[in-house]
Design a protein around this ligand. Structure first.
Ligand code: 8YV
Length: 305
């Protein structure tokens, strides 16, 4: 049987199949099995870091249950001839749904107004204050990859005007491309962030971008915390320089800046972009299918190129 280092668990039904086909070892056994493992199962945040890769001379493949791979040293693995696979496409709908959900929830203050009802305040204090409309506005998207396109389609279905920023304009979309992110923010009511976290995109959503979005603007981040200047974001929300934020991701997950807890203009989620039974099952299956393909000498299904 082939030995696999398992850094994260797959969904139970797929985990069972994985365990039937491979000899699995947890991280706690790393010292014992580093010399024999030929594959690693991980996700976008769980490594293995270069030091661990160096200690696995027989490692042939890293299969990740995530589309993002900012926590996996893909380039380093490549220099060692180790391919890395991820799970693109299968989570596009879920992440796009969450982005639009956060846009609506934040604009319409759905979390704060829900709390208002539950606290019995409606009958005592009367109608809840008015919120902001989420349709018929200007939606800016930072990042126009697979998920960005799905977000754009959904935003358009709500009669919003869509525009985007990415390094280069994207051929197969007709939405306006802004070469300058501050310009996009200036011309958006909502800025939805769905760009990969790379050394080039760290804090790309800067103080200037946040302030360009402005006091009635709303930032939605379903990408990675690191692509937003989180301190500037918190400051702008506190001072009213930014209208609101819907956030699924944070710089130091699962730690969230405490200042956000008390803000009615903010909706917070515990990184649940792809967290549905249906999608996580397909993501798990794709991890297993990539491992199976590799060890059967067949082409990988979704290698990161
Ligand atoms: C999860 C994600 O964080 O796919 C990604 O990049 O952010 C999410 O789906 C995760 O890696 C699930 O295992």
């Amino acid at each position: 049987m082939i030995d696999i280092l398992q850094l994260v668990q797959l969904r139970p039904e797929v985990q069972k199949e994985l365990a039937a086909r491979y000899r699995l070892h947890g991280k706690e056994d790393f010292d014992k099995v580093a010399g024999i493992v030929r594959g690693a199962v991980t996700n976008g945040h769980s490594g293995p870091p270069p030091e661990m890769i160096d200690r696995m001379p027989k490692l042939e493949i890293i299969a990740s249950a995530s589309v993002g791979y900012d926590g996996i040293p893909v380039e380093y693995a490549r220099t060692k001839g180790i391919p890395v696979t991820n799970t693109p496409d299968v989570l596009n709908d879920d992440v796009a749904d969450l982005a639009i959900g956060l846009m609506i929830m934040t604009a319409r203050r759905l979390v704060a107004s829900d709390a208002y009802v539950r606290a019995g305040r409606w009958s005592k204090e009367g109608d809840y204050p008015l919120a902001l409309k989420a349709s018929g506005k200007r939606v800016g998207i930072l990042g126009m990859g697979r998920i960005g396109k799905e977000i754009g389609k959904r935003a358009e279905a709500m009669n919003n005007t869509v525009a985007y920023h990415s390094r280069n304009s994207v051929k197969d979309v007709s939405w306006k491309h802004y070469p300058d992110l501050v310009e996009l923010a200036k011309n958006s009511d909502f800025l939805i962030v769905i760009i990969p976290s790379t050394p080039q995109t760290q804090r790309i959503v800067s103080k200037a971008v946040i302030e360009a979005l402005g006091p009635s603007g709303i930032l939605v981040n379903v990408a990675r915390g690191a692509v937003v200047d989180e301190d500037a974001l918190v400051d702008a929300l506190k001072s009213g320089k930014l209208g609101g934020a819907g956030l699924d991701v944070f710089v130091n997950e699962p730690t969230v800046p405490e200042a956000l807890y008390a803000m009615d203009q903010v909706v917070l989620q515990p990184h649940v972009g792809s967290a549905t039974h249906e999608t996580r099952r397909v993501m798990s299956q794709l991890v297993l299918d990539n491992l199976d393909a590799h060890f059967a000498g067949k082409p990988l299904l979704t290698e990161i190129k």
